[in-house]
Each structure stands twice: as C-alpha cells, then as structure tokens.
Design a protein. Structure first.
Length: 83
C-alpha cells in the first residue's frame, strides 16, 4: 500500500495497533489479534516488532511482548475518553 503524502505513519501504526487491541484473544502468554487490516500496515507493524509475521493463511497473528504492552497503551491514548 502506498500511504498518502504527508501521512504520519507513526500515528497510523499506533491507531492500527490500538484497534487490534479490541480483537485480542487466546491466552496471556500468546495473545492473538485478527489481521483484518491493510497488508502495508501489517508489514509495518511486523517491521516494528509488534506482531509476528502476518504472511500465511491464519486469520490472526500473535502480538509480540512489546506489541502486547503497546496495544493497550495506544488504545487508551487514542480512544479512551478523558472523563
């Protein structure tokens, strides 16, 4: 995927990982998330070390230890109300 000129890919990846937090399933030692995002985004998340390799037939990927910690943090940062 080509991202639009001026796209803040850091913010895009934070939001993508934050949304993936909503689909966490599996056990705490090996949390999995649905990989229903654009392949370009999944590749960048993989390059950052936040998810396992998204290539393959599985409909989900595993979060890495760092990705697991960041997913909840990014979800709260971008989507939690400040009530």
């Amino acid at each position: 995927m080509g991202f639009p000129d001026g796209c803040d890919t850091d913010k895009l990846l934070e939001v993508a990982l934050g949304l993936m937090f909503l689909t966490v399933h599996g056990d705490d030692a090996a949390p999995r998330v649905w990989k229903g995002l654009d392949w370009g985004i999944l590749d960048l998340l993989y390059q950052r070390g936040w998810i396992t390799d998204p290539r393959g037939k599985a409909k989900s990927v595993m979060l890495t230890e760092e990705g697991d910690k960041l997913a909840q943090r990014f979800f709260e940062k971008h989507f939690q109300r400040g009530d």
